[in-house]
Design a protein around this ligand. Structure first.
Ligand code: NAD
Length: 369
């Protein structure tokens, strides 16, 4: 099959890690007989350098013509980069929010997976970690409190601020459907998170999720209050498969969950719209402090590419192959500096990409250093 892929190399370590992700994509496509046609899109600092703005209509139009977009992180060091001297509407991050909005990317997916080899980096006790955990957090990304009407006024000479938490049933239904579809590709369990004991928006959330669940009889649905979920995440993370939740709860819970995996350099993400299209990017930023040194961990970008294969291109076997190659590389003791531990072999960004490719291509690695 042939697919059109947009590549946003990004800023800082972005170009280095996207280079490695592309290496792995090329290898998996060669192995399984697919063709990816790449085009380069500019966003963030790179777009400011070229056009004076962090996002152009051309980038949005170009992205819309692609089956998926793979992105490195964008942004510079806010203390030293001239991009942060620009007026706030022209700074790099505005480009990212702009493209998410322009492409209607309402569903954010963040897998939270503990690699056995990185257990020591997990802050939980051994008996809680048990056999590990594999959670998919599915967060609504374009509605709720962050996008509702807001204002700060004076009421009887007292400064008063209002934020509005609004969801309509269509917004809830579309993210719930996405969540159930993804649960069908996993262990078929959804924990829907809300605060239905006090919030109307949560009661509607719960009702609509129940309606959608009727179309997915194979998926087990449970509801959990967000405060309980925050506790359960550190008490028994293995109980979760897909966590489905609204924007702000998802924001907080996904950060709590990410620390359980040990390193930000390992965490991929996907943002999807109503079609198969998705924007795939590592959860970390552009790490300007280590840019250009060939020491960044490319695994979050490589795993983002695997998510792209799975969710936008429906290439599950190919996605599995990439994820297994990452596991084998870690199991054989290779580590970039951010995940280095005693007894392991430290390697650099480009070498980590090569190792993952070699495990992918040959099933086993001949190139031990
Ligand atoms: P960051 O995630 O870039 O870096 C935080 C720390 O983690 C740094 O010490 C960095 O060296 C390290 N780190 C991050 N990714 C790594 C990797 N792959 N391998 C090894 N170490 C890694 O966060 P920050 O420093 O707060 O932000 C830097 C820039 O990134 C800012 O301009 C910020 O706005 C931007 N940012 C972009 C995105 C995005 O593109 N989605 C997300 C977050 C931050």
């Amino acid at each position: 099959m042939e697919y059109k892929i947009g590549l946003i190399h990004g800023d800082g370590i972005g170009p280095e890690i996207v280079h490695e992700a592309k290496k792995v994509l090329d290898a998996v496509c060669k192995k399984y007989g697919h063709t990816l046609i790449y085009s380069t899109l500019l966003l963030g600092g790179a777009s400011i350098e070229a056009y004076g703005v962090p996002l152009t209509n051309e980038t949005v139009d170009h992205a819309k013509e692609c089956d998926a977009v793979l992105m490195g992180s964008i942004g510079g060091d806010p203390e030293t980069s001239p991009w942060y001297q620009l007026e706030s509407s022209k700074r790099p991050e505005v480009g990212l929010l702009g493209i998410r909005k322009a492409l209607n990317l309402f569903a954010n997916l963040r897998p939270v997976y503990l690699y056995d080899e990185l257990r020591a980096a997990c802050p939980l006790r051994e008996e809680i970690i048990g056999d590990g955990f594999d959670i998919m957090i599915m967060r609504e990304l374009t509605g709720g409190l962050y996008f509702g009407e807001k204002k700060t006024t004076e009421v009887d000479a007292v400064r008063t601020a209002i934020d509005t938490l609004t969801y309509n049933e269509h917004e809830i239904r579309r993210i719930a459907k996405r969540g159930f579809d993804i649960a069908m590709k996993r262990r078929r369990k959804i924990t829907s998170i809300d605060k239905a004991n006090v919030l109307d928006s949560s009661r509607l959330w719960r009702a609509v999720v129940e309606e959608v669940a009727k179309y997915y009889p194979e998926v087990q649905l449970e509801h959990m209050l967000v405060d309980n979920c925050a506790m359960q995440m550190v008490k028994n993370p293995a109980q979760f498969d897909v966590i489905l939740t609204e924007n702000m709860f998802g924001d907080i819970l996904s950060d709590e969950a990410s620390i359980l995996t040990g390193s930000i350099g390992m965490l991929p993400s996907a943002s999807l719209n109503e079609t198969k299209f998705g924007l795939y990017e590592p959860s970390h930023g552009s790490a300007p402090n280590i840019a250009g040194q060939n020491i960044a961990n490319p695994i979050a970008a490589i795993l983002s590419a695997a998510m792209m294969l799975r969710y936008s291109l429906d290439l599950d076997t190919e996605a599995d192959a990439v994820e297994n190659a990452v596991k084998k590389t870690l199991a054989n003791g290779y580590r970039t500096v951010d995940i280095m531990s005693d007894g392991c072999r430290q390697t650099v960004t480009s070498k980590m990409g090569d190792l993952i490719v070699s495990y992918l291509v040959e099933g086993e690695h001949k190139n031990a250093k």
